[in-house]
Every structure is written in C-alpha cells, then in structure tokens.
Design a protein around this ligand. Structure first.
Ligand SMILES: *Cc1c(COP(=O)(O)O)cnc(C)c1O
Length: 221
C-alpha cells in the first residue's frame, strides 16, 4: 500500500517540524532517521524514493545487506553491538549510536565513523544497553583519544515505565556532561514512534522512528 507509506511518512515529517517549531527551533534542526529493522529491502527503497536520507537498523548482517542495497543514504546503527562484530559494522555504517563501553571504543579505534554514547536512563533495569551517567566522561575521553572516531553526542531509549519527558531531561543533562569533554558533540538521538515529540521538546536533534512510518513489524524489537 504505497499511498499509506507515503501519508504516514508525511504525517511524521509534519509532526517533527511542528514539534521543532514548538520548541523554538528550526525544523531542519531535527534529523528524521527512519528505522527499517525487520522490514524488507524494497520498503527501504520505496522510502528512499520518497526522499528519506537517513535509515536506522539494529542488527548485523541485516543492516549490511540493506546498506548495500541502498548505498546513497546515511546508515545509523542503533542496536547493541557485540565487540567481535564492531569492525564489520564500521565498514558500512555512517554513525554508530550505541557506544556504551571502552572495549567497543578500542575495537573501533581506527574506524572512520560518527559515534554517539548510549546513555542508560533506566538504572534499575539492566539489559537494554547504555552507559551509566558517571561512565560518560571517561568514555568520551576514550573516544577522543582514538584521534579517529568522531564523537557526535549521546543517544538513549526512554524507559517504558516513566513519563518520557522526565527521562529525556536526564538525557539533556548527560549531553551537557559529554559536551564538557567534547564541546562539539551536540547530537541528541532520542525519541521513537511513541515519544518523538517529547524528545524534540527536550532537545533531540535526531529522532529514530520506525513503526509510525513503516507500519507494524512482524517481529518485536
Ligand atoms: C526499534 C527502535 C526504534 C524505533 O522504534 P519504533 O517504536 O518502531 O519507532 C528506535 N530506537 C531504537 C534503539 C530501536 O531499537
């Protein structure tokens, strides 16, 4: 149903722009990353034809195959990444949003890559990835010390059981903390289908929207 894809994309784009304006920011201050995980390559191609220039994926090698099929776009890796896959992923992604530990930085030290530090906003529930706020300063230093990786900012997923605005306020504080070490690391990657407007209100520069545009996924995640 191509018309439905197009209208859902148009609606999200409008709402992103409106949320940006509502926060006193320019609409093009916010980058819409369309998350295509578990979706077929032809859907990525249709989105590309509709002008989508940024795509998000969370698993290797699915991400690699889509990036190879649609090379004229920016590919964002947004999932947890095993250290032994890091170098392979670095070959085809433009930005890695999920850097959360020193051994990953070490594995990637020679890569030509934008990186974001994933922040754990959910201290009590481990397992979704992310560094605890006190680890961010040292992790930022480790990225800068590579002399190669480009530290762009921070990323997070809001906890399920909390009002997103409160969680995103903590992410803003984490962003300030990282920018004390790396003043140019101004990206804030936050917001999914259910909470991207709240994320923009809290300063998100990159939103990662899947289901609201692509429709439901057959596999959860
Ligand atoms: C799947 C996913 C998204 C997109 O989620 P939707 O609810 O489909 O918009 C965003 N960020 C991450 C890290 C994800 O894994």
């Amino acid at each position: 149903m191509p018309e439905r894809l197009e209208s859902r994309l148009a609606e999200v784009r409008e709402r992103v722009a409106a949320a940006a304006r509502g926060a006193g920011r320019a609409p093009d201050d916010v980058t819409l990353i369309v998350v295509t995980k578990f979706q077929p390559v032809d859907l990525v191609q249709r989105l590309r034809a509709l002008g989508v220039a940024d795509f998000g994926e969370n698993r290797h090698p699915e991400a690699r195959d889509k990036a190879a099929a649609v090379p004229d776009a920016a590919w964002h890796f947004i999932g947890q990444l095993q250290t032994n896959k890091a170098r392979q992923v670095a070959r085809y992604v433009d930005a890695l949003h999920s850097v959360d530990r020193a051994d990953l930085v070490h594995a990637l030290r020679d890569a030509d890559l934008d990186v974001l530090l994933q922040v754990d906003l959910d201290g009590d529930t481990p397992g979704r990835g992310g560094a605890a706020p006190p680890e961010l300063g040292p992790l930022a230093e480790a990225v800068l010390a590579t002399g190669h990786l480009r530290l762009r900012g921070v990323m997070a997923v809001a906890p399920r059981d909390e009002e997103p605005a409160r969680a995103f306020a903590r992410l803003e504080a984490a962003s300030d903390q990282v920018r004390r070490v790396a003043p140019d690391a101004s990206w804030i990657s936050a917001g999914m289908s259910g909470d991207y407007e709240a994320a923009i209100a809290a300063g998100a520069t990159h939103v990662r929207v899947g289901a609201a545009i692509t429709g439901p996924r057959s596999t959860p995640g």
